[in-house]
Design a protein around this ligand. Structure first.
Ligand code: ZN
Length: 261
């Protein structure tokens, strides 16, 4: 089972930004729009991937009808797991090891990844957190992770995400995690494989199943983004979308027939 975890590091958890001293010289540094990439090896071989990431921000803003904050996102790409781990242990002691990380501290948005077969997925997942960061300060944990999981897959592959088949199996067994259950997750330690899977599933359902469900999600994201008081999304949806649990189950019961949406 694989899942990606990110940390939103509160001030004081990481060392102060002024203490963060990057290596005197990275092997390669490239900028792609608001993304500033630093690497301990040449970035040439992943340039198409990095160019695609520059488009991710526009895609997220268009999908959620929201606006990202100005400023840059610093991306650090390490050639090996050891180099990645050594760097994080030195500059962010106390942060548990995860394969990829988004860290924000003192206004800096930083994404750390290591090269490997999951590089593309990790880049898209953690950069989604970074792009959404101003909104995620008050965004429910499940939604923050659900959106990151949703956008970690390129648009053309979202209708055939393998998580869909797994969710369909769970739905058929009656093992559905409701939105209210996910909303009770307030700590990453509460987010296991099923929580990530259903966080993704609810985001996919809300974005694709009906105009009304999508509108409720977008209005909720806008309220969070603007700091406007709002009831939990589960309560909003219970009023706006009758029989939502049935619709959610039907959405995934039909998953095998989906190719792309
Ligand atoms: Zn995450």
């Amino acid at each position: 089972m694989y899942w990606v975890v990110c940390f939103l590091v509160a001030a004081g958890f990481a060392r102060a930004a002024t203490e963060i001293r990057l290596p005197a010289k990275w092997a390669d540094t490239q900028s792609y729009g608001s993304l500033v990439c630093h690497a301990d090896s040449s970035l040439d071989d992943i340039e198409p991937l990095l160019q695609e990431l520059d488009q991710l921000s526009a895609e997220i803003q268009e999908t959620l009808e929201t606006v990202s904050q100005p400023g840059t996102i610093d991306l650090y790409v390490f050639r090996t797991r050891q180099a990645y781990q050594d760097y994080l242990e030195h500059y962010f002691p106390g942060v548990p090891y995860r394969r990829a990380l988004f860290i924000t501290a003192h206004g800096q948005r930083m994404v750390f990844v290591q090269r490997g077969p999951e590089l593309e997925t990790d880049l898209r997942h953690e950069c989604t957190h970074a792009i959404l960061q101003p909104a995620t300060i008050a965004m429910p944990l499940w939604l923050d992770e659900g959106l990151a999981c949703y956008f970690e897959v390129p648009p053309a592959d979202r209708g055939t995400d393998p998580r869909g088949a797994k969710v369909r199996q769970l739905v058929n067994k009656g093992e559905v995690k409701s939105l209210a259950e996910l909303e009770r997750c307030v700590d990453l330690a509460q987010m296991g494989g099923d929580e990530y899977r259903f966080a993704w599933a609810w985001v996919h359902f809300l974005l694709h199943d009906s105009f009304t469900a999508r509108a409720e999600l977008l209005q909720f994201v806008a309220a969070v983004h603007n700091g406007t008081a709002t009831p939990p999304l589960s309560q909003r949806l219970a009023r706006a979308v009758p029989r939502i649990q049935e619709l959610f189950s039907a959405h995934f019961a039909a998953w095998a027939d989906r190719r792309s949406q």
